[in-house]
Design a protein. Sequence first.
Length: 504
Amino acid sequence: MTSETYRNPVLDADWSDPDVVRVGDDYYLTASSFGRAPGLPLLHSRDLVNWTLVGHALERLEPAAEFDRPRHDCGVWAPSLRYHDERFWIFWGDPDQGIFQVNAPQIRGPWTRPHLLKAGKGLIDPCPLWDEESGEAYLVHAWAKSRSGIKNRLTGHRMRPDGTGLLDEGKVIVDGDRIPGWFTLEGPKLYRHDGWFWILAPAGGVETGWQGAFRSRGFFGPYEERIVLEQKDTDVNGPHQGGWVRTPSGEDWFLHFQQRGAYGRVVHLQPMSWGPDDWPVLGDDGAPVTEHRRPALPPQPPAAPATDDDFPGGRYGRQWQWTANPGDGWATQHSGDGLRLTCVRSADAHDLRKLPHVLTQRLPGTPCAVEVELRLDADEPGARAGLAVLGDAFGWIGLQRGSDGTVHLVHRFAEAVAERERDAAHPRIAPEGRARLRIEIGAGARCRFSADVGDGEGLRPSGPVFTATPWRWVGALLGLFALAPAGQGHAGTAAFTRFRISAS
């Protein structure tokens, strides 16, 4: 790679189902956040290659009672980000509730409370269009078979221009069952270009699918279709689902994801052009590019969403999300550095997957080492805190207060089918109640755990290699937590300092 080129992926972590919009010289991207809070991450770039996380559009998931516990694969699915009438708009589908939207005058907010635009089961992947030529507004969405019994089709509506309601009952405008070889048509993004209505939509499933393009002179069809991006002889499986953006000079680019198992859905940038027959051409003649000339935009310094955190004043950075809507008092602000988590009492202390008070960030897509320093300030027997790799299987290393008052280094794990965790290594004394915890994450998301408990022996490996696993739709997560068994009264706290992720 040279200073004139970039390499994919441009976002090497689980920024699932990306959509992008340009406003002036700035580019903004959002992604699925499923059941984590805050939701709807907001990323910013000036060159489409270097991105930073600038906030979230959804402070809490609603209705709050539905998300006071982890629902890892539910919640916010495949949002669309648009700019209209001097406001930013995000539409998304909750497969169990319906289609929502929020809007704001600035990307950093304030964002409105979620408005339910269309109630129903299995309504996913909505995208609005305000047609400047006619003044009409439209909405297209897909279907989740798991909730509705319907899939492989796109439904279109006329929409109120203020985005508060729909003006008709809807009509199937693309039926994937009528296209030979197409299945799991979803994720539509709706555009107006050169006198055509365009729908860019993937099909074929997240691991093996392709990107389709559809066009029609009228919004309700009929639509022609074409495959415009597929794996071909590259190693980029299932390249699809994303958004098209045009630069001020007229260059076209397409951002999409690639499903990479435990790493989730990493984001690629593809050049986009228009063929002699006026159909879009993505990548290198329809195949994903690994390295390519950068967009013709002003040079920018290297940047990526933050990962490291010193937790100044006890506050955690934007990169962190809870596994459900946060509760009062889980994290305490104070005058120094370091994250102070309350040892929340729970009947599910044996299974991190069921806990809402795990503070998470995305697993990096490249080999790395994760470190954090931990002090357990809890006298309650069974109180514990640690650093976790969390998916439908999980592993963690940390400290636990024993019934005799001593603090032990413990390392535990649970397979996907296990209902409770078990030891991955023999506990050992942590004489000062402190530890430096480390997870080395290598190829294939294989994780090696180690710890330094201050006994003069330095970092010592712990237990066997653990291979991280995703949830159904979500990549594996790194997590910090503090908890205690069910009971009464305050169970103490745990302090985390110097969270670092370094290349390895």
